[in-house]
Design a protein. Sequence first.
Length: 546
Amino acid sequence: SGIGRSEQDRLVRGGIRGDVVVVGGGLGGVAAALTALEAGRRVVLTDPTDWIGGQLTQQGVPPDEHRWIESHGATATYRRFRTAIRDYYRDHYPLTEEQRRRENLNPGGGSVSRLCHEPRVGVAVLEALLAPYQSSGKLTLLLEHQPIAASMRGDRVESVTVRSTATDDTLTLEAPWFIDASELGDLLPLTGTAFVTGAESKDQTGELHAADRADPDNQQAFTRCFAIDYDPSGDWTIPRPDRYAFWRDLVPEMSPPWPGRLLDWTYTHPSSLRPKELGFDPTGAPTPGTLNLWLYRRMIAQSHFKAGTFPSDITLVNWPQNDYFLGNLVGVTDEQRQKHVEASGDLSLSLLYWMQTEAPRPDGGTGWPGLRLRRDVMGTDDGLAKYPYIRESRRIVAEFTVLEEHCGRENRAIVTGEPADQVVAAEFPDSVGVGSYHIDLHPSSGGDNYIDFPSLPFQIPLGALLPRQTRNLIAACKNIGTTHVTNGCYRLHPVEWNIGESAGALVAYCDEQGRDPKSVRGNDSWLADFQKMLQHRGVELAWPER
């Protein structure tokens, strides 16, 4: 499990003490831990799986990023991490000379990202970043550990109890500071920290695209991703999933209506909400007039490596056809959650079986039996990602909540009275970073079809990381103070890293200065000192003027 054995970290009653406990080993959690470690703090980092990296690794999804990512709009450490991924391929893989010389190497050449790569490479690079701190005993890494309880003293967290999913043993983790970087905001209910879920109403937020009525159970779809390659000489058809007929024939009940069956190449275009045809051809051939899904999230492009290295491209399947919207992962019992996780896996395997046997091909035939499930890529027996790809979490009731009027282009233009092509996002005096992504809500468990519209390059306000009531708990993932709507642009890879890095820096600053996070935000001088600390690290606090 990676438990450190340093006696100074051991408590008499079988727990572990650190300066900060980070629950969740995704990009936000790793960034928070690294930042606190670099500041000399002892860190305990936990994750429910045996891989760190969250959405990038255990969930299998290459980074969703904005168009300026290679030069600005992310922290310096995040860009160094991206460079380290490229260097890993240069150092360990037989790239073609052309690709080896390419400054902005994209191993998969996928169209969704400038850096599509295998999950294992992300794990390797993140583990290398943490390795010196593990060896020195400053970092205790508890893989396969899930939080199950917390002890409070007033408005402060005293300890969190975690259970090993491998042995069922428990440990008590004590620290002055706790960072919740879990995928679903796991510490919030355990600590009694106020949170919201699902969709707020227009009356509550005044947002242009908010729902007419609030519904805590109306949450975005999640996805069990998987990887495949293509061997046209073989038959790699998997056993027919038990509920294949159900998924094959399912017509989603949504508003506006879904255009037909879920397992089909026609889907709802996210922004126009009109039927749109998608293409699929695992040979990589163009699909004129349509997006070839094979290329969309491709993580290995065979042609980028010397002949014989890979028998095929490898692509990730995280598509409209395997979004699971028939139930939620929060606001349900453990049994219900497990049922939905299993059902979402059945949907993904049914999509694969459909592609292998019944999906229409461009040549008029049906099915590609040569599509091969790459269990090794995801590191699992069933070939599905170790953890569902999460789009929406519990969200703290924060000192400040980001609304659509702060970052949505149309809503912002209405509020400011400026033309939509000239308007900029709200400026936050307590900015701790920046990000950019369109507001992208996938179909929901409440029956909403896509909600997808332009946003503006935005800032990350410190107030969104701070719960109103719990004083030594900082949010560092998709659990920050956003709404159902604005979560759609604050949830992706570089923003999560920035949030985590700023959370780790805040804990280090407050610990060193003996200050409270809310006091730092409320004191202009202290806030300026903290922001200078962030800028020294290479955290951008504002976008360049247009």
